[in-house]
Ligand binder design. Structure first.
Ligand code: FAD
Length: 316
């Protein structure tokens, strides 16, 4: 079933969440632990992030370092299949441009088609320093370019016009959006211009980057509607659980933390207190979003599934 149909057909706001594949070498039970904790809230779908290879520097006994290329969190497609098999939940694997050649993307789409996984989130991917694999091969620049490949695949047209048979259910997909503007966009109008193109080209719904100030979301949705973007815009929320996130999250995700919440965190003496403050803020934020018409809440669970569970407990 397509995510857009689930959102449109649901009489209640939709609860969904995102998980990260475990770090390379770690057990898949880390993922199952999160799902086991959150499945009682009837998640309508579970997103699985995707990660490209990056260089790391391994220290050697002689004091020098060796540069190696690794994917820190491999296994997006396999984890999506595992979630589908184990829980019967709808998995939404992320498909990204960065670090994947067009050929590799095609293989991933073929695997997903064989597995009966038909919902995707289509993205460009994070810029994580130098991408070792980006030097050769055919890569997509923007999420829209990847979207074009997926749209052709859905029509049975592979790379170099190769015919692809057996696509009984075409891929349906959502894409990303940024209530506080994507960091590279020169201005919000430009960001919304490309967003509109993504929707015109087939994105069924949008999921926002995390934010902490609901006004930013409401204003953004208003601007999108004024530009004729009518698809559901699911707010993405992440509960704060550590004092260090007060500076890290704005830096990494270009998001403002409202002063009322920031000062509350500053007053906390321990991370346990910060976690409680984050849960309180999350409940307040999610409640207002739902009261004012958001179609659901999409939670970023990385290392905060306890907090997500306590917030969801009050709302779903
Ligand atoms: P794009 O749509 O390519 O946009 C990037 C920038 O280019 C924007 O400024 C946009 O305005 C502009 N732009 C768009 N199209 C064009 C065009 N045709 N020509 C010129 N400019 C253009 N990252 C990961 O690595 N893995 C993940 O699993 C992942 N999951 C995410 C999930 C969500 C819900 C969100 C919000 C983000 C996620 N990210 C993930 C991060 C995301 O990939 C980065 O924020 C990335 O920098 C932008 O992705 P995008 O799909 O919005 O890119």
């Amino acid at each position: 079933m397509r995510i857009i149909d689930i959102i449109n057909d649901s009489s209640n706001p939709v609860f969904s969440f995102e998980i990260l594949p475990p770090l390379k070498g770690n057990s898949i039970y880390k993922v199952y632990d999160i799902i086991d904790k959150l499945k009682r809230f009837d998640p309508k779908f579970v997103n699985i992030t995707s990660h490209h290879s990056e260089y790391i520097y391994k220290p050697l006994p002689d004091g020098t370092h060796r540069r190696v290329s690794i994917v820190k969190r491999p296994g997006t497609v396999a984890i999506a299949a595992a979630i589908q098999n184990r829980y019967g939940l709808i998995p939404v694997p992320h498909i990204i441009c960065k670090g994947f050649t067009q050929e590799e993307t095609e293989y991933a789409l073929l695997d997903l088609n064989f597995l009966g996984i038909t919902n995707l989130l289509v993205l460009r991917g994070d810029e994580k320093g130098q991408d070792p694999r980006q030097e050769h091969g055919r890569y997509h620049e923007h999420a829209m370019d990847l979207q074009r490949q997926i749209n052709l695949f859905n029509k049975g047209i592979g790379l170099d016009e190769m015919k692809i048979e057996g696509i009984e259910t075409p891929f349906a997909y959502g894409m990303a959006c940024y209530p506080e503007k994507h960091e590279e966009a020169p201005n919000m109008d430009s960001d919304i211009y490309y967003l509109k193109k993504k929707v015109e080209n087939g994105a069924d719904y949008l999921i926002t980057q995390m934010f902490f100030d609901n006004e930013k979301y409401f204003e953004f949705v208003g601007r999108c509607r004024a530009e004729g973007i009518t698809v559901p815009i699911l707010p993405g929320l992440k509960p704060i659980s550590k004092k260090s996130q007060l500076t890290v999250l704005p830096k990494v995700f270009r998001t403002d933390i409202p002063e009322e919440f920031a000062s509350r965190i500053r007053e906390c003496k321990t991370d346990a207190e910060v976690k409680e403050a984050g849960i309180e803020w999350g409940i307040r934020q999610a409640r207002e979003l739902l009261e004012k018409g958001a179609p659901g809440i999409h939670f970023y669970t990385m290392s905060v599934s306890d907090s997500v569970s306590r917030i969801a407990d009050k709302l779903f």
